[in-house]
Design a protein around this ligand. Structure first.
Ligand SMILES: NC(=O)c1ccc[n+]([C@@H]2O[C@H](COP(=O)([O-])OP(=O)(O)OC[C@H]3O[C@@H](n4cnc5c(N)ncnc54)[C@H](O)[C@@H]3O)[C@@H](O)[C@H]2O)c1
Length: 348
């Protein structure tokens, strides 16, 4: 018997919402049947470009649509929590964009709503789905690194404050580069090393450029400096219950030679990097740098979208469940809290 298609609705049909639609189109067993957005222009665009006829101004009306199985929540961070919980309570599966929520309090309630309604809650963490991340995870699982002592995580742009959307507004985003781009590399790093339990964090945040007018020639000029209330650079040091430590550096505007988006793992038996995908270890009396000749070529984002459908349709185990999103959110919260208090904070 052929399996039923998963019928998906999009909440927030802007930049990433439209990309979700595009990536779902070729996925076997997926159908995008509806979209909700407060901006009529976006609804017109998805009608024209993707032929989505059922459009709604409010997601609550879309959730009443007969035959809808799942939703993608693609609204700004402040609007991840409510549509997710509403959708789960309406019996829909949810794929919610990163970061999962504004803070761990919201994230916790989202996880509870998924449990209560026995529905899938997947977080849109595509970096862990990237071929190089899967390669490193496999090496970790096979014990190539031994015990992981330390992980270095970097999400650094030399000059890249988003000049669209609301990325500089703390009240709508929850924070700056740490919650926006640091989250990507942090979720991937944490996944690669087996998702250990974080126990404490020390963080620091600095704002020195985003809130000022700048005439410096750069690829994304003219950001909205008047409403900029987030950090430019955030750093964090975290401890875990297995003795591992992790540092993270994240910035929209770091004074460095060029952008760095990388994870470096250092263990008792070996180490590894995400970019390039490589292993550093000792073999037969020599220090060896081991490079895979091929790690696969499915783009992480596409894998993530396909996986969401396969989890619903085929009962696959989710690689980015709400529970892991919640732990990532606790780490982000702790870095920001520590930066605010000027001291280490414990993570429960
Ligand atoms: N996974 C990734 O690589 C990735 C990339 C970009 C953005 N994102 C995430 O996606 C989210 C959206 O970012 P974006 O760049 O698409 O922003 P965007 O501004 O392009 O799109 C957001 C859309 O949400 C709509 N919206 C706002 N309030 C709404 C409401 N009450 N009901 C319905 N729709 C509403 C807006 O009208 C807009 O069309 C953010 O959380 C961001 O962090 C993820």
């Amino acid at each position: 018997m052929s399996k039923k298609n998963v019928r998906v609705g999009i909440i927030g049909a802007g930049g990433i919402g439209q990309y979700h639609i595009k990536c779902l189109l070729p996925v076997e067993g997926a159908e995008v049947i509806a979209a909700a957005d407060v901006n009529e222009q976006m609804l017109e665009q998805v009608k024209k470009e993707f032929g989505i006829e059922k459009t709604f101004k409010h997601w609550k009306d879309m959730l009443k649509l007969k035959g809808l199985d799942a939703v993608c929540v693609c609204t700004p961070n402040k609007l991840h929590y409510q549509p997710t919980v509403d959708a789960l309570n309406a019996g829909k599966h949810v794929l919610v964009e990163k970061p999962m929520a504004m803070n761990a309090r919201e994230a916790e309630k989202m996880v509870q709503a998924a449990k209560k309604n026995k529905k899938l809650l997947q977080i849109a963490f595509q970096w862990r789905f990237a071929p190089s991340a899967q390669f490193l995870k496999k090496q970790y699982d096979e014990g190539v690194f031994g015990d992981v002592c330390y992980v270095r995580v970097q999400a650094l742009r030399r000059r890249g404050i988003p000049n669209w959307g609301v990325f500089g507004r703390k009240e709508l985003q929850g924070g700056g580069p740490m919650i926006d781009i640091g989250v990507h590399l942090l979720e991937m790093a944490h996944y690669i090393v087996g998702s250990p339990k974080p126990t404490s964090a020390r963080g620091a945040c600095y704002t020195y450029m985003g809130n000022k007018k700048s005439d410096v020639v750069c690829p994304w000029p003219n950001w909205d400096y008047k409403t900029y209330t987030v950090e430019d650079l955030a750093v964090g040091f975290m401890t875990f219950d297995n003795g591992m430590t992790l540092t993270i550096e994240s910035s929209f505007v770091a004074h460095i030679e060029k952008d760095i988006f990388n994870v470096q793992v250092m263990g008792t038996k070996g180490g590894g990097t995400y970019d390039p995908a490589k292993i550093y270890t000792d073999m037969n009396g020599y220090m060896m740098n081991v490079e895979p000749s091929y790690v696969g070529d499915e783009v992480g984002f596409n894998f993530k979208m396909r996986h969401f459908i396969e989890c619903i349709r085929d009962g696959k185990e989710c690689l980015a469940p709400g529970e892991e999103g919640l732990v990532v959110q606790k780490m982000l919260d702790a870095i920001y809290k520590s930066a605010e208090l000027g001291r280490e904070v414990k993570i429960k």
